[in-house]
Design a protein around this ligand. Structure first.
Ligand code: FRU
Length: 326
């Protein structure tokens, strides 16, 4: 409705893609649930300048709380400014180097990198030459996933990184990067570890273009999105060798925001759990996700029935009132 909400919450997303769209949808649903939140979402296309301007605009509009996924670590001056003005700031998914924030929520990217390393060390028994394809090199998840992965590779003799490239988190960017690698003399590899599934698929498309044998290369990513055509399905049908869930959890992000806004207790550091996805568990995870989706549908149907009953009741009340007056 158009009635004034109690809290204005600004969300500054660094980019737009399936992962962030899912998160935004969860935030919208959570905002509806709390009833009192005017949620404003902006998207910056991984452009530092644009994200800075969008954050400044939220601050000037006087939002009550700011939620930011900083595209790159260098975005912090704008966030610092908001924080210094007394606006509570939640940093999620990506980080900056500044400690001027109220709370952080997100998964442990270093651990995601190292678990993937451990898994590959255990499974790449007949060929451990890895092409690592990092995400945007100035964004914190790429730096942390890289650190975690490399720390394991260094002490596991069966696997090694023979090529290390970095792209921009997109499928197209990864395709271009790997396409140009394969157009020049390069080291052969048995496995691609890309920092997300979209890039893993871009790398796969480039490998296909150059006639590499896709049966012999294991493509791994991160995110394991559960919807149609997402990473979880790609692992289940063998297109990807492995992935790792990277939780969106808009509900948790919004709960943290509400706790801060309402002066309740909250933790400054909030870790979301995530897990390795392989052919052994992908099907079960997909089934669980289906079930959750069914229940969510069910709940929203119930909600609209309750809303309808309430409005029918109101109409009847007015009707009765009119009858009584005349
Ligand atoms: C979505 C995304 C994910 C990745 C995350 C890292 O924008 O690129 O694919 O896991 O950001 O912050």
């Amino acid at each position: 409705g158009s009635e004034k909400k109690r809290y204005v919450v600004g969300v500054s997303q660094c980019s737009e893609d399936v992962w962030r769209e899912k998160l935004n949808e969860e935030l919208r649903i959570a905002a509806l649930y709390y009833n009192d939140v005017d949620l404003r979402i902006s998207s910056a296309n991984d452009d530092v300048q644009m994200q800075t301007e969008q954050i400044n605009k939220f601050v000037d509009e006087g939002v009550d709380l700011l939620i930011v996924a900083p595209g790159q670590v260098s975005i912090s001056p704008a966030i610092d400014r908001a924080y210094e003005k007394g606006i509570p700031v939640i940093i999620f998914d990506r980080r900056t180097r500044s400690d001027k924030y109220t709370a952080y929520i997100g998964a442990d990217n270093k651990e995601i990198g190292s678990s993937m390393g451990e898994y590959l060390a255990g499974t790449l028994t007949d060929g451990g030459r890895i092409l690592e394809l990092s995400g945007l090199s100035t964004s914190s998840p790429a730096i942390e996933r890289n650190n975690g992965f490399d720390s394991v590779v260094q002490c596991r003799p069966g696997i090694s990184i023979v090529e290390h490239l970095s792209a921009d988190w997109t499928e197209q960017g990864a395709f271009r990067t790997v396409d140009s690698l394969l157009s020049e003399p390069h080291n052969e590899f048995d496995c691609v570890f890309a920092h997300n599934d979209r890039m893993a698929m871009g790398a796969r498309r480039a490998a296909e273009k150059h006639g590499l044998n896709l049966e012999h290369i294991k493509f791994c990513g991160i995110d394991a999105m559960p919807q149609k055509g997402g990473g979880m399905e790609l692992v289940d049908n063998g297109t990807l060798f492995a992935s790792y869930t990277y939780p969106t959890r808009g509900d948790e992000v919004m709960l943290l925001a509400m706790n801060i806004l309402e002066g309740k207790k909250y933790n400054r550091e909030n870790q979301l759990s995530s897990a390795l996805v392989t052919r052994d568990n992908a099907r079960v995870l997909l089934m669980q996700n289906d079930e959750t989706m069914r229940q969510q549908d069910h709940l929203s149907t119930l909600r609209s029935r309750v809303d309808k009953a309430a409005s029918d009741f109101n109409t009847q009340r007015i009707y009765l009132l009119v009858l009584l007056v005349f």
